[in-house]
Ligand binder design. Structure first.
Ligand code: RIB
Length: 339
């Protein structure tokens, strides 16, 4: 294996000078820098990052653990983390927990073993005790998207105003004249879904509409559960004229269920989602939804993490970013006969 010493001998400089050229830790003449880089090219030198990380106590790698790497929401958050991580000189290691707590714990442990400098977590249900363990190991952590019950005090977090988003979606449907509005929830143990349902209920209450639990069906944030839940709602004796789904994938499944039942969207049934993933603008009909600032969430989380890694000794920072309604073709006025 080619070493820094081989590069130094070939370039006619010291190993220290090679290190200064590689890490820009001290100015060197253009001629020396050229000779060192030429030697590295000639010898096809690859720096030993593991040795470097042990020597410097940093790996210039950050870990990211998400519950579903196939879901475009997490892909867009990861894009933000990677964009800031790259700009700061960090490699991002993406781990998919699949929503499984045990798998999530395994990944967190492996990332720590591999000396990542910090971790961004979108919790699958990670208990806050685990985050305390990470803190005990002085591994900087930032929690994104999902509030953790009893979250460890010293953890930065980047969330959105889910309750307001649920209210905005439902209020939009109410303004279109809908009174029987169904709701397809995400997993009850995840705070984003619970908070969106709270916003749904608040909008109904403010409109003087009694909460009807038969119009609320549980999903799991995946397309298929949206299809199944919407089919269940549409088979009720008094089916809803509109459905608010707590994420876009379930809303897309609901569109499929409406079509399968011979209904037109939005003429017979309005459907609204949550996330505004890029695909939402290209469904048929294009999906009305609540836009989360996904890329910005990722960038902010990565910035907070890098500050911690670099030793920022400041109180934990908790950001709740705003969301907004994006009206597209999947929602429309309630049909006269149903009003
Ligand atoms: O689509 C996946 C959902 O899980 C998103 O709404 C996001 O908020 C996450 O909680």
């Amino acid at each position: 294996m080619v070493t820094m010493r081989d590069v130094a001998e070939r370039a006619g400089v010291s190993v220290t000078t090679v290190s200064h050229v590689m890490n820009a830790t001290r100015p060197v003449s253009d001629d020396v820098a050229r000779r060192v880089r030429q030697a590295m090219d000639d010898l096809e030198y690859q720096p030993n990052l593991l040795a470097r990380s042990l020597r410097k106590g940093q790996s210039l790698a950050i870990g990211m653990v998400v519950p579903d790497s196939v879901n475009p929401f997490f892909a867009e958050v990861a894009h933000g983390i990677e964009d800031t991580g790259f700009a700061e000189g960090y490699t991002v290691v993406l781990c998919n927990s699949g929503g499984d707590l045990e798998r999530e714990l395994v990944y967190v442990s492996k990332l720590v073993e591999r000396q990542v400098d910090g971790i961004v977590i979108v919790a699958a249900g990670l208990s806050s005790e685990r985050i305390c363990d990470l803190q005990d190991r002085s591994v900087p952590v930032v929690v994104v998207d999902r509030r953790l019950n009893g979250v460890a005090a010293g953890v930065d977090s980047v969330l959105v105003d889910n309750e307001r988003g649920g209210w905005l979606a439902t209020q939009h449907l109410l303004e279109l004249g809908h009174r029987r509005i169904g709701c397809i929830t995400g997993p009850f143990d995840l705070t984003p879904s619970a908070e969106r349902v709270t916003g749904y209920r608040r909008a109904l209450e403010e409109a003087g509409i009694a909460y009807d639990s038969t119009l609320v069906v549980r999903g799991d944030f995946q397309h298929a559960s949206g299809f199944t839940a919407a089919s269940q709602l549409l088979s009720l004796p008094g089916p809803p004229t509109a459905i608010f789904a707590c994420n876009d994938l379930m809303a897309m499944g609901a569109i499929g269920a409406a079509t399968a039942s011979g209904r037109r969207v939005p003429d017979d049934l309005s459907i609204a989602g949550f996330d505004d993933v890029r695909l939402a603008a290209f469904t048929n009909p294009a999906l009305t939804t609540i836009a989360q600032p996904k890329f910005e969430m990722g960038k902010l989380a990565a910035s907070l993490l890098v500050e911690r890694i670099k030793g920022a000794d400041i109180e934990p920072r908790h950001y709740t970013l705003d969301v907004h309604l994006v009206v597209r073709a999947s929602t429309g006025p309630v049909a006269r006969e149903a009003a």
